[in-house]
Design a protein around this ligand. Structure first.
Ligand SMILES: Nc1ncnc2c1ncn2[C@@H]1O[C@H](COP(=O)(O)OP(=O)(O)OP(=O)(O)O)[C@@H](O)[C@H]1O
Length: 225
């Protein structure tokens, strides 16, 4: 099985106000089609790790590989391209542009990547919305849909460039149990039907238990399986 993401001996320090060794020698990988979750107590370093793995934070020691290519050390512009092309990210809050329509929000990362025509991007965005059963909301303003629908739009936006891996930082943390289950089922379907890899930080043990693998963090380290 191909390795989609690999972290090798990742260490990170916050230097201020005092030196704080927040991530301690983190090594693990995510294979193609694997749905992994990260759990651990508040403050153990989950979000810090996810920001490094998604290439948003470059201030760390160690090596990060995406699709078996070393990304550590690449410049800002190159990282932005890699991120746009290979990584989808879903946060606890949807961060949609409320004045824009649903489909316009979904189209944004594809426009930024700039590889396709407007018509192709509209087609792809509608297809993602249809896949998530919210195709009928395409023309609605993002401010006029429910919280669960907003999170599904955020997932469609994260998928628009057909990433190799979808990362989530508590993507169900702000949802009621019905909508949280809905998001879980979407992730499962993406794994099973599209062969997508997923890496999701969660505090929800019932969610984590149903993923392929739980990566447990404690005090900046990953505990052995
Ligand atoms: N910019 C920073 N400077 C110094 N310390 C920081 C900074 N950002 C985060 N920390 C500390 O690093 C530790 C890890 O934070 P992080 O947000 O990664 O934890 P987490 O496991 O995601 O927690 P939660 O589950 O509450 O979201 C915490 O102790 C936090 O206070």
């Amino acid at each position: 099985m191909n390795t989609v993401l690999e972290a090798k001996n990742i260490n990170k320090h916050f230097r201020k106000p005092v030196d704080f060794h927040v991530l301690k020698d983190i090594s693990f990988n995510v294979k193609k089609g694997e749905f992994a979750s990260i759990m651990g107590k508040s403050g153990c370093g989950k979000s810090t790790l996810l920001y490094i793995l998604s290439t948003m934070d470059t201030d760390y020691e160690g090596n990060l590989y995406l699709n078996e290519e070393l990304v550590t050390g690449k410049d800002h512009k190159e990282l932005s391209r890699i991120r746009n092309e290979h990584i989808g990210f879903v946060f606890q809050f949807h961060y949609l542009l409320s004045e824009f329509s649903v489909i316009e929000n979904v189209m944004l990362p594809a426009k930024k990547l700039g590889l396709k025509s407007e018509e192709e991007i509209i087609h792809d965005a509608q297809q993602k919305l249809d896949m998530l059963n919210i195709g009928n909301l395409a023309k609605k303003r993002a401010s006029r849909i429910s919280g669960g629908e907003k999170q599904r739009v955020a997932i469609a936006r994260a998928l628009i460039n057909n990433p190799s891996i979808l990362m989530g930082d508590e993507p169900t943390g702000n949802l009621d149990s019905y909508n949280a289950e809905n998001v879980f089922q979407i992730f499962k379907k993406l794994k099973e039907e599209e062969g997508l890899s997923l890496l999701v930080v969660t505090h929800d043990i019932d969610f984590a238990k149903r993923t392929d693998r739980i990566i447990v963090m404690e005090d900046g380290r990953i505990l052995p399986d």
